[in-house]
Design a binder for this molecule. Structure first.
Ligand SMILES: *Cc1c(COP(=O)(O)O)cnc(C)c1O
Length: 310
């Protein structure tokens, strides 16, 4: 998949901001889930799998991309969704249009339901491939090690060094990949994951686990202190939790679209971008080169349209 670019935008009252447009990855509205899905389907293509199973909410960009790629591979796709988060969005409509089989169950039953769906497929003689929610795991982490290298290439080609990289952090795989890339390169860049839902210490611990897991898989041994220092997971901007946001996020989304033509959704990217500006202010960060990674979610931008502009 070709690499989306990094673009500079002028923001009032602060230095130029750079944005890496992973939302422009050329598959199914792009985003970090498209980048990760390519890695999972490379594995699937190597084996003799004939269907995929994954899980996520009705807002899940991951489930939409996986359902799309499974359809492209003419493979059955099974999605498990918790009833607490199974709302109808443009992502869930797309999942249905791609022919995914969606099973809804209470959140406490998700684990057992996944096992049951896997067992039932196997009992029918099928060979299902399970993709963890959000594309979590070393394959997904590896996708963002690649992204880190694209950022390094940009820095070298443009004679610039980023001091900070900000992005929306959910399951933590995107962050783990960026952090692993930086650690393996001995790059002092500060990578700040703005949590869109999870609280600390849990949220940060999941990122740390993913970092250790990936480094172990490439036989890299780094001290626990070095790893701990590299993981900044900020849970100050989660507002009322997953999918909930207030006026600061709405205003930021309006501004980004009107001033720069960049769509952002309120669950992930708009929330994280608003969080980044608050983080910069709170920590009095000045005269630094800052990169924000736009991690996608474009269909959700349209779900927000009426509530934000209406
Ligand atoms: C899933 C998602 C994230 C969070 O990525 P993780 O790797 O799960 O931390 C951020 N932005 C968008 C648009 C997403 O869909």
């Amino acid at each position: 998949m070709s690499h989306p670019g990094i673009y500079k935008i002028a923001c009032p009252g602060s230095r130029d901001l750079y944005i890496k447009r992973d939302d422009l990855l050329p598959y199914s509205f792009g985003g970090n889930k498209a980048r990760k899905a390519v890695k999972f389907f490379e594995e699937i293509d190597k084996g003799d799998y004939d269907c995929v199973v994954t899980y996520g909410s009705g807002k899940s960009n991951h489930c939409r991309v996986i359902a799309n790629m499974a359809a492209g591979h003419e493979m059955e796709c099974h999605i498990i969704s918790s009833e607490e988060t199974a709302e109808r969005t443009f992502n869930s409509i797309l999942m249905e249009l791609f022919g995914a089989n969606i099973t809804v169950c209470p959140v406490v039953r998700v684990h057992d339901t996944i096992e049951a769906v896997m067992a039932s497929l196997k009992s029918k003689g099928k060979n299902p491939y399970f993709i963890p929610g959000g594309g979590h795991g070393n394959l997904g982490t590896g996708a963002y090690v690649d992204c880190y290298h694209e950022i390094r290439q940009f820095e070298k080609a443009n004679n610039i060094k980023f001091d900070y990289i900000f992005h929306a952090s959910g399951t933590g795989t995107t962050q783990a990949g960026l952090v692993c890339g930086a650690l393996l390169d001995h790059d002092p860049v500060k990578i700040v994951g703005i949590s869109i839902a999870r609280k600390n210490p849990y949220g940060r611990n999941v990122v740390l686990e993913s970092v250790r897991d990936y480094l172990g898989s490439v036989h890299e041994r780094l001290s626990e202190k070095v790893i701990e220092d590299a993981v900044i997971f900020d849970d100050s901007y989660i507002q009322d939790g997953y999918g909930k946001s207030g006026d600061s996020v709405r205003n930021l989304i309006k501004y980004m679209m009107a001033a720069h033509g960049i769509p952002m959704d309120s669950t992930y990217v708009g929330k994280a971008c608003a969080g980044m500006f608050e983080y910069i202010k709170k920590n009095r960060i000045a005269d630094k080169n800052i990169l924000f990674i736009h991690t996608g979610g474009t269909p959700l931008f349209f779900n927000d349209l009426e509530s934000i502009w209406g």
